[in-house]
Ligand binder design. Structure first.
Ligand code: ATP
Length: 305
């Protein structure tokens, strides 16, 4: 488990992370989302003790990362896949990491095989493609067989096969009961990978909810009710107007937000109105995310109105 309490980091005038309270639980994948510059990497760096908080705390299983006797066995992280010695082979890089953390070299062979780098393990890291570097970074994160894993943009540069592999890996790590905390800008991928979402903007927490709640909360998630008799459509619309967030009338249908399909169905039944279709159209995570962060985008492009 990762616990952030009042976590704050300022760099001069910039508040990168602003009084963040967040618990990242074990046994699920928590997606860490937010626009560029929102403070995701800074938060992850503070969890690993690479940056000191200005105030507040970041604890892993109740203690600061550096207080664990062998931190790499507690938390494995991929923060910057390019932070490698270019002349060192993947194998030697991992052996050096293993030795300095008291991890047996046999584990190096295991993780190289898990990430699929066996055929290139003796090649210098400087000659690796972006995707191979990501795989090596993930191997480093897995080296200590840690309970907690953090990945900053792990699918950057991976081909579709690699993206799927990372998704399956994260799901299986969480299924083993580990804490998986992963940042990404790829919403379609997060929708397939994460159980829980922590969304930040300008260093502040915007949402901390199951992914289904984030999607259900979007105004793009709506109930569509097809009503064959126009007079009935108007009656049902007027009845819903009092309790729905929004009721729009389309061609022979009502589009209702803020009221579940069950309620629309029950009301139609009470009013003796026939429905030919009643369905919930879910927003995509991308749509929900764009709404949530609309006020927090710092580096957006001005749109002509
Ligand atoms: N070492 C530093 N010195 C000064 N400012 C910094 C430093 N590190 C980060 N910042 C600033 O802190 C803010 C948060 O940056 P951070 O890299 O944590 O955001 P992020 O959410 O990871 O962004 P991205 O999605 O673009 O990677 C930004 O305004 C950034 O410019």
């Amino acid at each position: 488990m990762i616990s952030l309490e009042g976590l704050t980091k300022t760099y001069g005038e910039t508040t990168a992370v602003d009084a963040l309270d967040l618990t990242v639980a074990a046994g699920r994948v928590t997606g860490f989302l937010g626009p560029n510059g929102a403070g995701k990497s800074t938060t992850m760096r503070m969890i690993l003790g690479l940056d000191a908080p200005t105030s507040g705390s970041a604890l892993v299983d109740g203690r600061p990362y550096a207080d664990w006797p062998v931190p790499l066995r507690k938390v494995g992280a991929l923060l910057d896949a390019k932070a490698l010695h270019p002349r060192r082979s993947a194998r030697n890089h991992l052996i050096a990491m293993a030795r300095s953390n008291g991890i047996p070299v046999s584990r190096v062979d295991e993780v190289i095989s898990i990430v699929g780098l066996t055929t290139v393990e003796r090649k210098r890291a400087g000659q690796y493609s972006l995707g191979m570097g990501q795989r090596l970074g993930i191997a480093g994160a897995l080296l200590g067989d840690p309970e907690i894993l953090m990945f900053d943009e792990p699918v950057n540069g991976l081909d579709p096969d690699g993206v799927r592999w990372v998704r399956d890996l994260m799901r299986s790590l969480a299924a083993e009961g580990r804490t998986v905390f992963v940042s990404s800008h790829l919403m379609s991928e997060m929708q397939l990978t994460a159980d829980q979402l922590a969304v930040i903007g300008r260093g502040r927490l915007i949402a901390d909810s199951p992914i289904s709640t984030v999607i259900a909360g979007s105004s793009r998630s709506a109930v569509h009710a097809r009503v064959p008799v126009p007079a009935d459509l108007a009656v049902l619309r007027d009845r819903l107007a009092g309790e729905a967030e929004q009721v729009e009338t389309g061609a022979g249908e009502l589009i209702v937000t803020g009221v579940p399909a069950e309620r629309v169905g029950d009301l139609a039944h009470e009013l003796g109105i026939r429905l030919h279709e009643l369905r919930t159209k879910q927003a995509s995570l991308e749509e929900a995310y764009m709404e949530l962060t609309a006020d927090s985008v710092e580096y957006g492009v001005a749109v002509a109105s």
